[in-house]
Design a protein around this ligand. Structure first.
Ligand code: ZN
Length: 140
């Protein structure tokens, strides 16, 4: 992973074999990004995405692997929880047959390369666990 900040935007590239979510965390911690808007694209050979159920308060997880896929969208935000990095990212992944799958992003292993831009916002927004829905929601 390599990253650089240019004019309030963190630009990063995660490389083959790296997990994009881990690379994003590493880059944000390196550059002390506490709040930001994330967008990106890339290519993966393994993707784990899912959906949250308020009823069970658990995520379903779907794994797609052993094929070359495109990250069609890598979208979300950076905030903090207890002052620490908290990335919340959703992804849409294109399969070789042209269909798309997606959801809350748990793992995205890069096969070729990736290009992520994080618009850095000054300030902090923290999160806390909301037991009504079972999620770490944004607090002001
Ligand atoms: Zn989510």
């Amino acid at each position: 992973m390599e990253s650089k900040v240019i004019d309030k935007t963190l630009i990063l590239r995660a490389d083959r074999g790296e997990d994009l979510l881990e690379a994003l965390r590493e880059a944000c911690e390196q550059h002390r990004v506490k709040l930001g808007v994330v967008t990106g694209i890339g290519a993966v050979d393994r993707a784990v995405v899912g959906a949250f159920s308020v009823e069970t308060q658990e995520y379903t997880k779907h794994t797609y692997e052993n094929m070359e896929m495109e990250i069609l969208s890598f979208v979300g935000n950076i905030s903090t929880m207890n002052g620490e990095y908290y990335g919340h990212i959703h992804a849409t992944v294109g399969l070789p047959d042209g269909t798309a799958v997606g959801g809350h992003a748990n793992e995205l292993r890069i096969s070729a390369t990736s290009e992520v831009f994080v618009q850095i916002i000054q300030g902090e927004v923290d999160r806390a666990f909301d037991e009504r829905v079972g999620l770490n929601t944004i607090r002001f």
